[in-house]
Design a protein. Structure first.
Length: 238
């Protein structure tokens, strides 16, 4: 996820990244389909899952977005790699193109809950966030967290929506909870660094950026943020 000071950017970047996942919204797809407007969720009963005005869902039969193109000799066989392999290779990526392809592949694995209900709710929440319907997105993410409390993806998504709504304290709690579940969530660490920098917690922001870069060292904005905060927190070398 690419970060910026604007809180709106967090929700937009989150939605854009997740919409690239298989089965999510695909701009320009040709065949619309209809998903149920209500779901029977254990513990919650019959739950409405509306789309915000203007949103359309499209057929999952549409081909997923193409990965960033790599030189043939460097093209990662991401479909065959496990999460552990992909994260290891991310730390060794030789180019921004390879880093981007690996990060997207990792994100798609993280976005799989194993529950069709949770996956459907996630698609609706992403659609709401992408159109700026933050209150609706937050309600949907609340339902997902209730349904799948051990799914870090739902907590990261809710944190980004809370950032967009200005609820930074609860956003930080969600990110911390997601990282307890999955300490290798470099996207959550990068977002946490930006959030802490925004509230003036420079030393804690620096620590989050360093943890993010240990997993994804080629992310340029994190490198710049680490350098900027290192000078602020630790001063210049003598």
């Amino acid at each position: 996820m690419r970060l910026a000071p604007s809180s709106r950017f967090f929700a937009a970047a989150f939605a854009a990244a997740l919409l690239a996942a298989p089965g999510a919204l695909a701009a320009g797809a040709e065949t619309p389909f209809t998903e149920p407007q209500y779901l029977d969720i254990p513990g919650l009963g019959r739950v409405p899952i509306p789309l915000p005005p203007g949103a359309r869902l499209f057929s999952p039969r549409r081909s997923p977005p193409v990965e960033p193109e790599l030189a043939p000799e460097r093209a990662p066989l991401i479909a065959r790699d496990s999460l552990e392999d992909l994260i290891r290779r991310l730390g060794l990526a030789d180019s921004e193109e390879e880093e981007g392809a690996l990060a997207q592949a990792i994100g798609r694995l993280w976005a799989r809950s194993g529950s069709p209900t949770a996956d459907l709710l996630l698609r609706r929440a992403m659609a709401a966030a992408s159109l700026g319907a933050d209150s609706l997105a937050l309600d949907l993410f609340d339902r997902i967290v209730t349904l799948e409390p051990s799914w870090a993806e739902a907590l990261v998504g809710r944190a980004n929506v809370r950032i967009a709504l200005g609820d930074l304290d609860n956003a930080e709690r969600d990110l911390d909870a997601a990282l307890r579940l999955e300490p290798r969530r470099f996207d959550a660490l990068g977002t946490l660094g930006a959030l802490r920098e925004r509230i003036g917690a420079s030393a804690r922001a620096l620590e989050a950026y360093r943890r993010a870069r240990a997993l994804d060292p080629r992310r340029e904005e994190w490198r710049k943020a680490e350098e900027r905060l290192r000078l602020e927190v630790e001063g210049r070398d003598i």
